[in-house]
Design a protein around this ligand. Structure first.
Ligand code: NAP
Length: 348
C-alpha cells in the first residue's frame, strides 16, 4: 500500500512541481492538498494558476483544497512549500500532530536539531531526528531541504570537500525568476535587466553550506569549517540557477583529480536506487560554453547538477560553473528525494 501524503502550499510554483512529481510516484499517494484561505474550499483546478508546460494531472483538478491546519489532514508525510513567514507557525503544528514534515522553506532549516538534508551529501544528518527535541512529537518531526541556490553549490562541493578539503569558496549566482514564486519579480523589473540583490539569499548560501557539509557529532552539527562568500543576482531566465564558483582546497589536487572527483560522485540515493535519484548527481561537461539553463536544467530529469568550465583560478586554485534546476533539484524534487530516503531507511 502506498503512503498517504499531503502538500501544503499546493497551489504555488513549488506545490505544482510536487503534484507533477507525485502523480505517478511508486511509494507515495497524494490524498490532501492545502493552501491559503484564499484557495481553501475551491477545487484545485479553480484555485491553482497552473504554470507547468505539462498538463495539470486530472486526478488533482477535482480535489478540494483544504485549510492549512492539521485537523483535516490524513497524510503521514506533509510536503510543505509555504512562504517562510507562514511556515514558521504552520510546520511545527503539523509535526506536533504526528506528521513527518518535509519542508522547503527557510523557516526551520537552521534550527540545531533539524536536518538540512541533501541525500547525496549528508544522509547521516538524519540521525538528528532521534534527538529532535524542538519538533519531534507523537511520531512527527521536521526535515528540511536547502535554498535553491545552495543545493547546486553543495552538490558540487561535497565530493571536493571529501577528497581535498575545502578552505574557501566564492560563488556568484545567476538565478531564475521562478525562484521568487508566482507572480514573483515584475517583468518591468527583470526584462533586459539583472538585479544584484535577492533578500536573504547570500546569507542563506553562506550558512546553509556550512551546516550541510558539516559533521554530525554527539553535540550536533559541527560546521564545515570553510569560508563561503556568495553574490546573488536575479536574471531573466525562467528556470535554472547558474553559479560561477571559485574554490581553494586544503590539498593541491591536479585538474584531472578534481574532474574525476566530480564525475565519480555517487551517494546513498544512487546506492539505494531511490525513484527520484538521478543516476549521477553531477554531470561534467567539457563543452566550452556549457552548462546553460535552456539546455542543461533538465539533466537527470531536473535532479542532476551540471558542472562545466572547470579550469585553474589564479586566485583560489580552481573555478567552474554549476547549474541546477531551482524548482526540481532546488525544491520539490529535493524534498521528494528526502522523503524517499526516510522511507528507504525505515524512518517513516
Ligand atoms: P508561491 O508560488 O508564492 O506559493 C506559495 C504557496 O503558499 C501557495 O500555495 C499559497 O497559497 C500558499 N500560502 C500563502 N500564504 C499562506 C498561508 N497563510 N497559509 C497557507 N498557505 C499559504 O511560492 P513558491 O515559489 O512555491 O515557494 C514556496 C516555498 O518554497 C517558499 O518558502 C520558497 O522560499 C521555497 N522555495 C522556492 C523555490 C523556487 O525555486 N520557487 C526553491 C526552493 C525553495 P495560495 O495560492 O492560496 O495563495
Amino acid at each position: 500500500m502506498k503512503i498517504p501524503v499531503g502538500v501544503l502550499g499546493a497551489t504555488g510554483v513549488v506545490g505544482q512541481r510536487f503534484l507533477s512529481l507525485l502523480d505517478q510516484h511508486p511509494w507515495f499517494e497524494p490524498v490532501w492538498l492545502a493552501a491559503s484561505d484564499r484557495s481553501a474550499g475551491k477545487t484545485y483546478a479553480e484555485a491553482a494558476r497552473w504554470r507547468l508546460a505539462t498538463p495539470m494531472p486530472e486526478r488533482f483538478a477535482a480535489m478540494t483544497v483544504s485549510e492549512a491546519t492539521p485537523k483535516s489532514c490524513g497524510a503521514r508525510i506533509v510536503f510543505a512549500a509555504l512562504d517562510a513567514a507562514f511556515a514558521r507557525e504552520i510546520e511545527p503544528a503539523f509535526a506536533a500532530a504526528g506528521h513527518a514534515v518535509i519542508s522547503n522553506s527557510s523557516a526551520l532549516r537552521m534550527v540545531e536539531d533539524v536536518p538540512l538534508l541533501v541525500p547525496e551529501c549528508n544522509p547521516d544528518h538524519l540521525g538528528l531526528i532521534e534527538r529532535q527535541a524542538s519538533f519531534k512529537k507523537n511520531g512527527g518531526f521536521v526535515v528540511t531541504n536547502p535554498n535553491c541556490s545552495t543545493i547546486g553549490l553543495v552538490l558540487a562541493l561535497a565530493p571536493l570537500q571529501q577528497a581535498f578539503g575545502l578552505e574557501s569558496v566564492l560563488a556568484v549566482t545567476m538565478q531564475a525568476v521562478s525562484g521568487a514564486g508566482y507572480p514573483g519579480v515584475a517583468s518591468l523589473d527583470i526584462l533586459g535587466n539583472v538585479v544584484p540583490y535577492i533578500g536573504g539569499e547570500e546569507e542563506k548560501m553562506e550558512t546553509e553550506a556550512q551546516k550541510i557539509l558539516g559533521r554530525l557529532t554527539p553535540q550536533g552539527i559541527a560546521p564545515g569549517g570553510f569560508a563561503v562568500s556568495a553574490h546573488c543576482n536575479r536574471v531573466a531566465v525562467e528556470d535554472g540557477h547558474m553559479e560561477s564558483v571559485s574554490v581553494k582546497f586544503k590539498s593541491r589536487p591536479s585538474l584531472a583529480e578534481v574532474e574525476a572527483a566530480l564525475r565519480n560522485f555517487r551517494g546513498r540515493p544512487q546506492e539505494l536506487e531511490l525513484p527520484t535519484a538521478p543516476p549521477a548527481p553531477i554531470l561534467v561537461t567539457n563543452a566550452p560554453d556549457r552548462p546553460q539553463p535552456r539546455f542543461d536544467r533538465d539533466a537527470g530529469k531536473g535532479m542532476a547538477a551540471t558542472v562545466g568550465r572547470l579550469r585553474p583560478c589564479p586566485i583560489l586554485g580552481y573555478k567552474f560553473t554549476v547549474l541546477s534546476h531551482n524548482t526540481l533539484r532546488g525544491a520539490a524534487g529535493a524534498a521528494l528525494l528526502n522523503a524517499e530516503l526516510l522511507y528507504a531507511e525505515g524512518r517513516l
